[in-house]
Design a protein around this ligand. Structure first.
Ligand code: NAP
Length: 266
């Protein structure tokens, strides 16, 4: 039996992934900021819940040490995330710090703790939820764009750096998924047309958004894929189309294509 350690499993993609892997017979270490609030994952006998806040190094140290002393972990799944939307010039210091601390530094902190362990056993996988926002510029993503592009870059760097040690590094790239993910919106006068066009591009059918359970299936595929050299798993119809379009057109032509889509009806 294999074991997955999930960061950010209290809801959305992380929770759906915890349930799917548990149903597939995996041992699941489901970590979350407030384990005392969890009522669903507690009903699985092969799910073990631990506290973990990616902004708190001492909590990471305690939980990772305890878990690695008890379980033979095969996969680290970095999935915790904080979302915000803002005009770039309006971002508050607090929101910037929180975003960077959760999405980028949080991922780095937890990954650092697992690398020596995976190196010692000469195997292991580090899978991270990035975002379409880490593959293309989307308006009003603010520092979330910086975090997710940086996380994508860190993963690609580690893909090479950890290969000699038998450690696989993968990313899962969602677009819009129907979860409770909060993208806090501040007032943004003058952006109505841009927001409308971007929303239409990313969510042409609001009744047909990708579900976290569908992302979990793609995560299961990424983890069990025989192609151990593949890094990137894009999930969702629209996200796949946009990702593919960038590869077909090349970066410059893709940017022009997106710009004309965002500026239409102006
Ligand atoms: N939904 C989308 O449209 C979408 C699109 C692209 C990428 N993503 C990415 O997908 C991932 C999962 O998001 P989701 O859509 O499933 O939304 P979600 O349901 O809000 O899940 C976010 C998870 O991150 C956890 N988290 C937040 N701050 C944390 C911290 N400091 N330490 C540990 N855990 C923390 C949350 O736990 P709490 O319950 O404690 O807050 C929650 O479990 C995120 O990385 C997000 O950036 C989502």
């Amino acid at each position: 039996m294999s074991t997955i350690f999930i960061v950010g499993s209290s809801s959305g993609i992380g929770k759906a992934t915890a349930k799917l892997f548990a149903e597939k017979g995996w041992t699941v270490i489901a970590t979350m900021r407030s384990p005392e609030k969890e009522t669903e994952l507690t009903s699985y006998e092969n799910v073990f819940i631990y506290p973990l806040d990616v902004t708190k190094p001492e909590v990471i140290e305690n939980t990772v040490s305890e878990v690695l002393g008890k379980y033979d972990v095969d996969v680290l799944f970095n999935n915790a995330g904080y979302g915000m939307k803002s005009r770039f010039e309006d971002m508050t210091e607090e929101a910037m710090q929180r975003s960077l601390n959760t999405n980028l530094l949080g991922m780095i902190r937890v990954t650092q703790k697992f690398i020596p362990y995976f190196k010692a056993k000469k195997s292991g996988m580090i899978l991270t939820t990035t975002s379409l926002a880490g593959e293309m510029g989307l308006v009003l993503d603010g520092i979330y764009a910086a975090d997710k592009w940086a996380v994508t870059g860190v993963c690609e760097m580690l893909y090479h750096e950890l290969y000699p040690f038998g450690i696989q590094v993968k990313t899962i790239v969602p677009g819009v998924v129907k979860t409770g993910f909060k993208m806090e919106m501040s007032e943004m006068p003058g952006f109505d047309n841009l927001i409308k066009n971007q929303t239409e591009m990313l969510m042409p059918d609001m009744d047909d958004l990708e579900l976290p359970e569908e992302v979990a299936q793609d995560i299961y595929h990424a983890v069990t894929d025989k192609d151990s050299d593949r890094m990137c798993y894009v999930t969702g119809k629209i996200t796949k189309e946009l990702y593919q379009k960038r590869q077909e057109l090349g970066d410059e032509e893709f940017r022009k294509y997106i710009r004309s889509s965002l500026m239409k009806n102006k």
